[in-house]
Design a protein around this ligand. Structure first.
Ligand SMILES: Nc1ncnc2c1ncn2[C@@H]1O[C@H](COP(=O)(O)OP(=O)(O)O)[C@@H](O)[C@H]1O
Ligand SMILES: [Mg+2]
Length: 293
């Protein structure tokens, strides 16, 4: 086993989030109801949860030589994420501008430094599990082939990125939300992908799961009033990965994912809901979820 339980690969962003009553029209300025800013990036959010849950974590990505880059590295160091895989490059750090109106959100992204991330196989070799969010197809392909060859577990939350068909069967856990899945495969046929295990998260909470034996089941039960869904998918991923690494079955791992997503949609900001493992256990008990912690 590697010296790190999980390495995340993805963008390191700075999110500015505005809660609005409606979206602005052409050449119009509107007032936000509330606002929030903070560190983001999907895989980075997932890794932040996992570090709080006591796993040995690391990250591979790129930031600019600016305050945002410094903030990412300082935050990761503070929570115990190994930053040896983060490159500092001579351009602006990535940013995302988010407008939220109820359960609708509009996002503008700037990749910046993120476009310069490169797979560092010497670093990735330290991992027992690699988690990828939306990444360019060449990175996905190179990393997934590498992990497969080395026997490193791979989870991929593809988001809106292109899913390279050639490596689909080497993905141990493919995570998508139901809209992404429908857009990519037409409907919710869970056998449309060759990924070994498939987890499709559902809009109101919960997930559809198809395991490597072709068995399908649904995880439901926790549905909250959405305040801001930013980072909820990333939180789901963290719960799932935690369970997998601890050797839980896919049903229990998915239930923990559902719980962390449920907690995240109730707070503004991708990382605002993050709590340590002891508190997660307490929440699970309160909500009547029995999990093999
Ligand atoms: N009302 C809700 N209550 C609890 N969980 C929810 C609710 N709505 C969505 N979720 C969960 O939040 C997550 C949202 O993930 P996703 O749709 O991938 O969004 P994003 O990638 O933008 O964070 C999913 O796990 C989903 O099941
Ligand atoms: Mg998602």
């Amino acid at each position: 086993m590697g010296e790190l339980d999980v390495i995340g690969i993805g963008n390191l962003n700075y999110d500015i989030i505005m809660l609005v009553e409606r979206f602005p029209e052409f050449h119009e300025k509107i007032q936000a109801k509330d606002a929030f800013f903070g560190l983001g990036g999907a895989a980075a959010n997932t890794i932040s949860w996992l570090a709080h849950m006591g796993l040995r974590t690391g990250f591979l990505g790129a930031v600019g030589e600016d305050e945002i880059g410094e903030a990412h590295i300082a935050y990761f160091k503070k929570i115990g994420v190994d930053t040896g895989g983060i490159k500092v490059v001579g351009t602006h750090s990535g940013m995302a501008l988010v407008m939220i109106k109820g359960d609708d959100k509009r996002i503008v992204k700037f990749s910046g430094a993120n476009a310069l991330k490169e797979p560092d196989f010497g670093y990735l070799e330290k991992a027992g599990h690699i988690h990828l969010s939306s990444n360019p197809p060449d990175i996905l392909e190179a990393v997934i082939n590498f992990a497969h060859k080395k026997g490193i577990m791979v989870s991929l939350d593809i988001g809106e990125a292109e899913l390279p068909g050639r490596i689909e069967d080497k993905i141990d856990y493919l995570l998508m939300n139901e809209d992404e899945y429908r857009r990519k495969f037409g409907d919710l046929d869970l056998n449309a992908t060759a990924a070994r295990n498939l987890i499709v998260t559902l809009n109101g909470g919960g997930a559809l799961v198809r395991d490597e034996n072709g068995e399908s089941f649904e995880i439901r039960g926790l549905s909250a009033e959405v305040v801001d869904s930013t980072g909820a998918g990333d939180a789901f991923d963290a719960g799932l990965i935690y369970g997998i690494i601890r050797g839980w079955n896919l049903r229990d791992a998915s239930k923990l994912g559902m719980l962390l997503a449920y907690l995240t949609v109730q707070k503004v900001g991708a990382r605002s809901a993050i709590i340590p493992l002891e508190e997660i256990k307490r929440k699970a008990r309160e909500l009547g979820l029995s999990l093999p912690f």
